[in-house]
Write a protein that binds this ligand. Structure first.
Ligand SMILES: C[S@@+](CC[C@H](N)C(=O)[O-])C[C@H]1O[C@@H](n2cnc3c(N)ncnc32)[C@H](O)[C@@H]1O
Length: 269
């Protein structure tokens, strides 16, 4: 975490980026990120009757799965277009507008606090964990997923190496934790926030897609590909299609992109 980040700048960039992705998210990024949901909820021991906060809920996939397990979830996000998708897809669930760094909830309001691929998008991840600690009850649990070592992220690498090659630069939307893959950093962060009994492990997940079109569609929104000159955009897309052939698997494609799962408990009072 050597680089310094302006939290407001990160938040503005993240909000814009994810708002742009909201409509196509379920058919795009969710094919990869959705695989973190089961392990995340298991690590937080989410079960029937538990009050669960899903930070950075996006279109509400984690909240939906928590509800399917009998829990009472609240999804929180700072992107209004993401919240509109969540409310449209899950009209029976509660979604709130707010920032992960200043949660609009009382102390100890939840049995578990989770966040699927949101911690590395915050400019102030220590504050996010501090807030998670505050709103979870003594004895409750937290779990977050982040990305593993960038050298292992083959799905992201497939796209960004093509951007690098044809456009010369590839800017990723992220905060200071993107690319931080040593487990000790996460153990220390959990401890600093007040949590105990932290566990950190790698999750083998992959971007599974029937077509490279849906993969490219996701990145078109995320990386604002429309802003590139048409010839550059076409070159990027054709390089991605060519290299994606190495990831053919059955009727579709499977591109490895492992994650890190961090879980811990707030000590009982
Ligand atoms: C990668 S998406 C993950 C969405 C969802 N958790 C999932 O697994 O499908 C990150 C989400 O976190 C939200 N987000 C990012 N930074 C945030 C912050 N500081 N406060 C609240 N929401 C944030 C974004 O708007 C986006 O919806």
């Amino acid at each position: 975490m050597a680089e310094s980040f302006d939290p407001e700048e990160v938040a503005r960039f993240e909000n814009e980026t994810w708002s742009r992705c909201a409509e196509g998210y379920m058919d795009g990024f969710c094919r990869l990120l959705g695989q973190g949901v089961g392990p995340l909820l298991e690590a937080a021991c989410v079960g029937a009757g538990h009050r669960v906060l899903d930070i950075g809920t996006g279109p509400g996939v984690v909240a939906r799965e928590a509800a399917a397990r009998g829990a009472e979830p609240v999804g929180l996000d700072f992107s209004e277009p993401m919240l509109s998708q969540a409310r449209r897809l899950h009209p029976g669930l509660e979604f709130r507008h707010g920032a992960a760094e200043a949660l609009p909830f009382d102390d100890g309001a939840f049995d578990a606090v989770v966040g699927n691929f949101v911690l590395h998008h915050s400019g102030e991840p220590d504050r996010v964990l501090g807030e998670a600690f505050r709103v979870v009850r003594p004895g409750g649990r937290m779990a977050f997923t982040v990305w593993a070592d960038p050298r292992k992220l083959e799905a992201f690498g497939l796209f960004f190496s093509a951007v690098q090659e044809h456009a010369g630069a590839a800017e990723l939307p992220h905060g200071p934790l993107f690319g931080v893959s040593d487990f000790d950093t996460y153990h220390s962060m959990a401890r600093r926030a007040g949590f105990g009994d932290s566990q950190v492990r790698e999750l083998e997940i992959a971007w599974l897609t029937p077509t490279i079109d849906s993969f490219l569609d996701a990145f078109r929104d995320w990386a604002d590909l429309g802003a590139f000159p048409p010839a550059v955009r076409e070159a990027i897309e054709s390089t991605v299609r060519e290299r994606a052939e190495a990831y053919r698997c059955g009727d579709g494609y499977s591109m490895p992109n492992p994650a890190i799962l961090v879980a811990a408990a707030r000590p009982a009072a």
